[in-house]
Design a protein around this ligand. Structure first.
Ligand code: ASP
Length: 353
């Protein structure tokens, strides 16, 4: 009796190879953000709000389709970010904010949670899809992070697509630069992307009264693919009126982006100088790893406690190895959305949604 049970179990084990077992059981999930920031008196028309929700939905469905068809996390993350980089709504590539010299400079990164390998680019100009260049750095270069003209030249050699400055011009981002310059003139503070008086409330009603043209828009994605791999990717134009050559948290491993398939994948958005100093993305994974915390508790601890008390504004999307999703921000809003392991779709803009 006992022996026949052993034989049966052995036969079962042999008939299901580990790869098959994962593929059969593997469920997929995706979460995106389109930036976090502060609110100020309303120019948020229902049309614009709808446009953002639609853009988030298209991005989510694009990545999810790749995952569902068995595509890798890298393929899904790049496909998702591309959609957002090509949209003038988000502060990444096409809709990027302007720096202090009136130009656009982009930072982007992709990180593979299985290998802990990453590719990143920083302070680059003219590249239509910075996330594609970041992926090439991961796959074809011995380096992790390439910057500025060197990265652009290398991208040209790899056949990456470039666009003229007009492609990256949007009127509302230009107006944001003019407003930021004016604020700087009046306050005497050279660079103050999140003035404190604008960021006092996370009240739901007050949060509806916001200006979506300002500092919102960095894009990020975290995914769980069928093989159980977590991947994170982020792309940004940085912060309005930043000094040219300034690099934020986005392309810095562990600061704005991190992925480790054993713990979590994180993509952040907000005041990058703080995300760098507090190693936000890695700290969330570290709290899970060393303190045994859930993704939600770890993300809240880092964003709502450590980061906030330091004066750092922003938020994160994060996903654990089971596909659980946390979307935590200490600003009044964050464009965000997910399709979870049950296939449920959600998009949100304000706190409390
Ligand atoms: N974190 C980005 C940066 O500091 C900006 C953002 O997320 O909006 O460059």
């Amino acid at each position: 009796m006992k022996k026949s049970l052993h034989v049966f179990l052995l036969a079962l084990l042999i008939s299901i190879s580990p790869a098959q077992a994962i593929a059969e059981k593997g469920r997929v999930a995706i979460a995106v953000h389109g930036g976090a920031g502060t609110m100020k008196p309303s120019r948020a028309t229902p049309e614009l709000e709808r446009a953002y929700r639609e853009a988030l939905t298209v991005a989510l469905k694009t990545g999810y389709a790749v995952l569902e068809s068995g595509g890798s996390g890298l393929d899904a993350a790049v496909a998702t970010i591309r959609v957002m980089e090509d949209s003038p709504l988000f502060n990444a590539a096409r809709g990027a904010v302007f720096n202090s010299s009136g130009g656009n400079e982009f930072d982007a990164i992709i990180m593979d949670g299985d290998t802990l390998d990453a590719g990143a680019v920083a302070a680059i100009k003219g590249v239509r899809n910075p996330i594609e260049l970041a992926r090439l750095v991961l796959e074809r270069s011995p380096h992790v992070l390439l910057v500025g003209e060197s990265a652009q030249e290398w991208g040209r050699e790899q056949g990456i697509e470039f666009q003229d400055p007009e492609y990256f011009y949007t009127e509302r981002r230009w107006k944001s630069l003019e407003a930021a310059r004016e604020r700087a003139r009046q306050s005497g503070i050279e660079f103050d992307p999140f003035p404190t008086q604008e960021n006092k409330t996370q009240d739901k009603e007050a949060a509806k009264d916001f200006d979506p043209s300002g500092r919102f828009g960095t894009v990020g994605v975290v995914v769980l693919d069928r093989s159980g791999r977590l991947t994170a990717a982020t792309s940004t134009g940085g912060l309005t009126n930043k000094r040219w050559g300034r690099v934020g948290d986005t392309p810095i491993i562990g600061a704005g982006t991190y992925a480790d398939s054993r713990t979590c994948a994180v993509s952040g958005t907000g005041h990058g100088e703080y995300f760098m100093r507090y190693m936000v993305a890695y700290d969330i994974c570290a709290e899970m790893k060393y303190q045994g915390r859930s993704i939600q508790v770890a993300a809240e601890s880092v964003v709502m406690d450590k980061l906030k008390s330091a004066g750092g504004n922003g938020g994160v999307i994060a996903m654990d190895a089971q596909g659980n999703i946390a979307m935590v921000f200490n600003t009044p809003g964050m464009y965000r959305g997910y399709i979870d392991i049950e296939g449920k779709l959600f998009t949100g803009i304000y706190a409390g949604e």
